[in-house]
Design a protein around this ligand. Structure first.
Ligand SMILES: NC(=O)c1ccc[n+]([C@@H]2O[C@H](COP(=O)([O-])OP(=O)(O)OC[C@H]3O[C@@H](n4cnc5c(N)ncnc54)[C@H](OP(=O)(O)O)[C@@H]3O)[C@@H](O)[C@H]2O)c1
Length: 265
């Protein structure tokens, strides 16, 4: 029997790679993001390569009504969600004060509120059926003391890390696995969308970048293994470790150097 996973932000990057990974491991897909065309193309590719059945539901998760609308649409289609991947996200490197309040609200809505609401809406059914998988895509940035220039990004991801770990504890023994995936630099549209491709490419060498397919496989495997969290890549783990063990002041200076190199502060 093929189970069904809902993946947010599946039109590009890590979300699309996760969709291919889940389809390859025998799951059917519900794909959502704002852009419908790449979701349809991915649905066709998943059917051709893996025989996965896919439902595409375009949504803008910045709309506070989107999570409950998604649940209603999925229920109306008679589908049961056994897997949830909260992946949709972006960063803004325009500085806190130079970013409109409405843009801050949208970021919190897409990357913090929507994952919380979707988890709360889908988890009870998973626990009742004694099977479920929740994979939250946070970031190495959430393991750092701060992010400068994209000030809310790191804290939002830290929230997602802690919330995922708490949910992981709460769901032990229920048949539901909750895992948080913390990618470092990954080759996707992310840095094109936030307009920092040139800066990050010249500041960080090719070997520091991971490809989205590998990040997706690591996340999938960690969730299947019921690990609370996973940070892909040796260098990313070294950086996360340094941030944990260095004194706060020193770790913050490390982050400030990073932000200055990228011309964010
Ligand atoms: N790439 C990296 O270096 C990196 C590192 C650490 C963590 N991450 C995290 O990984 C996740 C995926 O990012 P990515 O690298 O794959 O970036 P990406 O290639 O830019 O993909 C982002 C996805 O999020 C969706 N999205 C953005 N705003 C949305 C909205 N308002 N409503 C619904 N969907 C929305 C986009 O779809 P539409 O535009 O079609 O809506 C797209 O599918 C994010 O949470 C990001 O923070 C990325």
């Amino acid at each position: 029997m093929r189970r069904t996973v809902l993946i947010t932000g599946a039109s590009a990057g890590i979300g699309a790679a996760l969709a291919r990974t889940y389809a390859g491991r025998g799951w059917n897909l519900i794909l959502t993001a704002r852009r419908e065309a790449p979701l349809n193309a991915l649905a066709e590719a998943a059917a051709a390569a893996y025989g996965a059945a896919t439902v595409v539901i375009p949504e803008d998760l910045a709309d506070p009504a989107a999570p409950e609308r998604l649940v209603a649409d999925i229920a109306a289609g008679g589908l049961v969600v056994d897997g949830l991947v909260n992946n949709a996200g972006f960063s803004r490197v325009t500085g806190f004060l130079d970013t409109d309040l409405s843009a801050h609200r949208a970021m919190i809505q897409v990357m913090l509120t929507a994952p919380v609401e979707l988890s709360r809406l889908f988890l009870p059914g998973m626990v009742e059926r004694r099977f479920g998988r929740v994979l939250n895509v946070a970031s190495l940035a959430g393991q750092m003391p701060a992010t400068g220039g994209d000030t809310l990004y790191g804290p939002i991801k830290s929230f997602l890390i802690k919330a995922s770990q708490g949910l992981h504890l709460e769901t032990q023994g229920t048949g539901v696995h909750v895992t948080v995936l913390n990618p470092g630099y990954t080759l996707t549209e992310f840095h094109d969308v936030n307009g920092s491709r040139e800066q990050v490419s010249s500041a960080y060498p090719a070997w520091m970048w991971m490809d989205a397919a590998r990040v997706a496989r690591i996340g999938y495997d960690a969730c299947e293994a019921n690990r609370p969290s996973v940070t892909p890549g040796v260098m990313n783990n070294v950086m996360a470790g340094l941030a944990r063990f260095l004194p706060d002041g020193l770790a913050l200076r490390m982050v400030a150097n990073h932000a200055k190199r990228l011309e964010r502060i």
